[in-house]
Design a binder for this molecule. Structure first.
Ligand code: GLV
Ligand code: GLV
Length: 321
């Protein structure tokens, strides 16, 4: 019997054709995610799910799908939207798409760092609105990363790629947090592993690269943000839930930190009247860290390989279980 796979959004490239030649594929055609109700209807009888980070894949949903469900393949490196323990206990494989989006996401972190520290977005908006009057000796003054201290929270692949860019390119000094000793980072980039409080109080620029889990939710709360110097710039390309957004709003309003650059928020999108959206000191992107042709095509290849392996009971190309 042909196995069924539900794909929760259109993904780029030819990879879905490979999937279609191996099984019965149904793709959600809308530009916005399926509702929780639609997910519940669509998963019934599926052997594989190819999901986005915006889909909550709970143990209950796995039960609704049925016992034939073998694999959940997330089209993302992060997998906090999937209850991995529930999948394990049901013998369901879970896959993600690491590595191929590392450079694109690190580039996004660097872009946000510069955008936030040089007022790029509000300055460009002023020009676009026809409101730029004259060159100003004291207008739009920003902060420079050259020779300053970079704090990387979470020295995984993306954290390291971000550090490489800023240490090699701008001569930044490197502090980082990591669960494990990383002598390669210390040797190659002159990095120093420190605890979070030290990193926050001693870094001029901080970039967040930890995965979201119960240990990292609200990791940057009011107390943590309160340790940052008033000229500090905070960048987040990981997950919105890692920063306490109310505390960030408060710090930006009081000018207790200089600026923030966010590719991720909670929820996504934030309402248009949210104080972070309105803040002249915060740049927010619509979660485009991996949004390059190259990365998104490569992610599609891996996500489809993961589904195909899972359907035939083989180890996934990139497994998180
Ligand atoms: C994007 O946020 C991803 O996890 O791939
Ligand atoms: C995290 O998953 C990373 O790739 O750095």
């Amino acid at each position: 019997m042909t196995q069924r796979v539900w794909v929760t959004r259109e993904i780029p490239g030819e990879s879905l054709d490979r999937l279609r030649s191996a099984c019965e594929v149904d793709v959600w055609p809308e530009a916005t995610p399926p509702s929780a109700e639609t997910l519940r209807e669509k998963v019934v009888g599926c052997a594989g799910l190819l999901t986005m980070l915006s889909d909550a894949i709970t143990g209950e949903l796995m039960d609704v799908a049925g016992e034939q469900l073998k694999v959940v393949s997330n089209y993302a490196v992060g997998f906090n939207n999937i209850d991995v323990d529930a999948a394990k206990s049901r013998g369901i494989s879970v896959g993600n798409t690491p590595d191929v989006l590392t450079d694109a996401t690190a580039d996004t972190a660097v872009a946000l760092l510069f955008a936030a520290s040089r007022h790029v977005v509000p300055a460009a908006k002023q020009v676009q609105a026809g409101e730029w009057k004259t060159w100003e000796p004291t207008g739009w003054l920003g902060v420079e990363p050259g020779g300053k201290t970079l704090g990387i929270i979470g020295m995984g692949r993306i954290g390291k790629a971000t550090a490489e860019r800023l240490v090699r390119g701008w001569g930044m000094k490197l502090l980082y947090t990591s669960r494990r000793d990383q002598s390669d980072v210390d040797n190659e980039l002159g990095g120093q592993r420190v605890d979070l409080d030290t990193l926050l109080s001693q870094s001029d620029f901080v970039s967040v690269h930890v995965a979201l889990n119960e240990q990292t939710r609200n990791l940057l709360d009011a107390e943590a943000i309160g340790r940052m110097p008033s000229h500090a710039v905070l960048v987040n390309t990981a997950r919105g839930e890692i920063i306490d957004q109310d505390a960030l709003v408060d710090a930006l309003e009081r000018r207790a930190i200089f600026a923030a650059g966010l590719d991720v928020t909670t929820p996504e999108p934030l309402p248009g009247d949210h104080p972070l959206v309105k803040s002249p000191h915060c740049v927010i992107l619509p979660h485009i860290g991996s949004a390059t042709d190259q990365s998104r095509h490569a992610m599609a290849e891996i996500a489809v390989d993961n589904v195909l392996a899972g359907l035939s009971g083989k180890p996934l190309r990139c497994s998180v279980t």
